[in-house]
Ligand binder design. Structure first.
Ligand code: T4K
Length: 369
């Protein structure tokens, strides 16, 4: 293969479409601070996500940090270690204690049967993650949250555009955070959002992303600066026009992988869950080395020798990060630990040629014992 194939490749509109979209920014010289592009994108996302409100942010991580801050949480937050650094860091950077729940071996989202045993009188919220395109057991999380009066904020970084039982994924929980990073199925270059149902909460978020400023003379929150700029919002407006097409192309890549890898013993592929419309954000496989004949790391290396760059999303568990100095015991989440050592995200993006998918599949098949 001549050109390397990376784990993903940003989707972009045509240059002309983007230039058209940013022309009025050059006319007005209004580049940030909730300008017209920002307002228009928020309005469009609110409609698409079918929620009371959406606050755009500079990235998904700040959306998560401020989403938590606006909830005035205290003590402990039950979450998952099987995620990107952002989820756990957002809890810790809010002065809260993450309490790690193990994952479900089918979806790699939080194992809801293990949540209640982790609840203490210090627990204030649950922060589950919809992993890849797999969504959490929403009904059970809602039941538990109601029973113990806990807030629920979903890390929905991977699931923009998905629906569950015909409803937008953003309708569940008190709030959901989405990432619009360059590597996501929908991107604003860098960007993110919090979607919510309570307008008071939305007002707090709007202030928090703008230094806590209420008006010219009143600053009554210790806020941050997390405003999305107009060029990012313009990219979002362009990409939103192509969202359906983007997901459809990813769907074709997903189908090509599925048929290409069907029957390879020792590899697990995720099926789209019942009642879910997927955005096909990632294509993870799970390698059982005893059956496949090679470890996940060996497979990653052989792919690299062919110029194909996969990623270990998610390894290591966030609870094992050096910055936490061994504070959390990874053995308390054995299922998450097990799969973090075996999962490999293969290249996935809308422009990935189907013949490249078949080459990748053939390398994986030939490498199997
Ligand atoms: N929660 C969860 C569950 C998340 O997965 C994430 C982000 C967040 C929260 C936080 O959201 P943000 O604050 O990021 O909005 C990438 C992304 O940077 C990150 O957004 C994402 N999750 C994570 C799963 O993946 P890296 O370190 O793997 O990215 P990087 O730079 O290695 O890029 C991967 C590939 O993407 C490259 O090999 C090529 C391609 N690429 C990359 C960039 C930057 C492009 O085609 N264009 C680009 O501009 O983290």
């Amino acid at each position: 293969m001549s050109n390397p194939i990376l784990v993903t490749r940003s989707s972009m509109p045509s240059l002309n479409e983007y230039v058209d979209e940013i022309k009025d920014i050059f006319d007005s010289h209004w580049m940030t601070n909730m300008g017209v592009k920002h307002q228009e994108l928020e309005k469009k996302l609110k409609e698409l996500l079918e929620v009371e409100g959406v606050q755009l942010m500079v990235n998904g991580h700040m959306a998560l940090e401020l989403g938590i801050q606006a909830m005035n949480l205290t003590g402990e937050v039950i979450t998952t270690p099987y995620t990107f650094a952002s989820t756990t860091h957002a809890i810790v950077r809010n002065g809260l204690e993450p309490v790690f729940c193990d994952i479900d071996p089918k979806t790699y989202t939080m194992d809801v049967s293990k949540i209640e045993e982790l609840i203490t009188d210090r627990t204030s919220a649950i922060m589950p993650v919809h992993v890849y395109g797999n969504i959490c057991n929403i009904e059970e999380i809602e039941r538990i949250a109601r029973k113990y009066s806990l807030k629920v904020i979903y890390d929905a970084a991977h699931t923009f555009g998905e629906t569950y039982k015909g409803k937008s994924i953003a309708q569940f929980g008190d709030a959901s955070m989405f990432s619009f990073h360059a590597t996501k199925a929908f991107n604003t270059i860098e960007g993110g959002a919090v979607a919510y149902h309570n307008s008071e909460y939305g007002l707090d978020l709007a202030r928090l992303k703008n230094f806590g400023i209420r008006n010219e003379e009143l600053v009554d929150y210790v806020g941050s600066n997390a405003k999305m700029n107009e060029f990012s919002a313009a990219m979002g407006l362009c990409n939103l026009r192509h969202l359906d097409e983007e997901i459809e192309k990813r769907h074709k890549v997903y189908d090509a992988y599925r048929s290409g890898l069907a029957g390879v013993e020792g590899l697990h592929i995720f099926e789209v869950q019942k009642d879910v419309t997927s955005n096909y954000a990632y294509f993870p496989i799970v390698v059982d080395e005893n059956v496949y004949g090679h470890t996940r790391n060996e497979l990653k290396n052989i792919l690299e020798e062919h110029g194909i760059f996969s990623r270990k999303y998610f390894y290591p568990l966030t609870s094992a990060f050096d910055c936490y100095h061994g504070k959390y015991d990874v053995n308390k989440t054995p299922i998450a630990l097990h799969y973090s050592k075996r999962v490999l995200a293969l290249p996935m993006y809308s422009d990935l040629a189907l013949e490249d998918v078949s080459k990748i599949c053939n390398i994986i098949i030939e490498f199997a014992n």
